[in-house]
Every structure is written in C-alpha cells, then in structure tokens.
Design a protein around this ligand. Sequence first.
Ligand SMILES: [Zn+2]
Length: 287
Amino acid sequence: MLCNQAEITVEIRSDGWCLQGKDFIAWVDDAVNSVLSYYGKYPIKRTRIIIDQKEGRGIMGGLTSFDEDSQSGVIEIAMGKDTQPEDLTNTWTLTHEMVHLTFPLVNDQYNWLSEGIATYTEPLGRMRRGIISREQVWKDLVEGTPKGQPQAGDMGLNRTNTWGRTYWGGAIYCLLADIEIRKRSENRFGLEHALRGIMESGANAESDLLSAPEILTLGDLSTRNSVLTELYEAMKETPVTVDLSKIWQELGITVCGDSIKFDDNAPLANIRKAIENGHDRGELASR
Ligand SMILES: [Zn+2]
C-alpha cells in the first residue's frame, strides 16, 4: 500500500483467519485516513504492520517501535483469529499506534505525552474520517478524563506513570493545550497545527530528538505562542487538578446518562466545533 510516498506493508502471520485479506486492507486504510484527517500527511516513509495471531476474537494489544536496520516504523498488533470485520471497524488500536509514528518515541519519563497525544487525537481523526460520531468522541472524553486527575500521593506528569495519569493525564494536557491555543489565536490554530509542526520538523518516530521541552518548542513555533511549553512547565512536576466540569460547561457539553447534548451558545462553542471539524491549516510561522 502506498500513501503520499509512504510505503506501508501488512504482514499477516499464520493461517486460519475468519477475516479475508480485503478486511485487513480496509482496516489499515481507515487508520491511515484517520491519521491523515488530523495530521494532513503520513508521518514516516516506511511502516511495517505485523499482525500476530492469538486465540479468540478482537484485538488484544498493539505496540509501536522503530527498526533502525530497515528504517521502518513497526506496529505489532495481537489479534484473535476469530475476529470479524465489524470488530475491526469498532477498534481504535491501529489508529492509536499509527499516531505514535507522528511523534518521537520518547522515554518513560515523557510517555504520558506520547500516550496522551494518541489518546486525544485518535478519536478526533476517526470522527473526521466518519468512523465514529462526535457524540462518541465527547462522551468518551467526559468519561475518560477524570481518570487522569492526580490521585493522593501523585506527583506531576513526568513523575507519576500510572495508567490513568499516562493516558488520560496526557489527554487532559492535550485538551487544555487545544483550547488555549485556539483562545490565543482566535481559533486560527489548534493543537493539530502544533502537532503537525512537530511532525513536519522531522520530530517523528524516526527522530532521535527525545527531550520533551525541545519537541514542544517546535510545536509552539508552529502556532506562534508558548502554550505547549507553559502547560508542560505547569504540569511536569506538580500535580494539577483541572476543573473539567467548567471546561465541559464552557464548551457547551452536557452528558446525561447515555445521552449527550451540545449548546451552540456556550462561550467556547466555536472552539468545540473547531476541535471537531478542524479547518484549513493556518499559515505556519516561518522557521
Ligand atoms: Zn500508545
């Protein structure tokens, strides 16, 4: 499969799958297009997707790395051999792993940043691709983000690497950054422009730039502010509890049981819509 000069190969291990070749290809195609819909281009030249067969049904896990010998991003997916086509439509895993290719594969200290970005941007990309609804995206964020708040004894994001702080604490960082970048730029820029700027500067899975402050500075240059750095400084050592209720209220989001309502007259409703839909990229600052 070729995409924007990028070569993506899919290696399906073992026989006896319920899925057919075309099902795997459609699933990879959806993930690629979800990433493209958020990032505008595919991050690296070569990617190998390796599908390991497990017993059972569904996707059991994913892992992303970079192989220096073949100069390829490597995404390993553990999948049950009884998996059905509809299981693939409903899974976020491959898109999540592919988002990891857009950002340096940082070490444990900064893992929350990498996982937070993947947790936050994967559903937005899949929504823009038409795979999931905006209701689903916001409901998952409203329900998921409280898991990222600091618990008793937790320290800042660089120093507490529990599951909640890593995935959802990182997602809270991304949400705050998205809103603040949009506020300061009158909605011309959002987190997506900062993340595209990082990727297009060459800081992706191929890169050996592994210092979070340096990576985030590249994002700030793209959006002509210092939001990523300021938030990083505020949250890296110190546990910060975020008033999430206030954020949902300002964005005009109310979740009640299984239903979700949007208020287009809320103060930050336009920011919510821009987060959902994206818009033409603003003119990037010259670098
Ligand atoms: Zn991940």
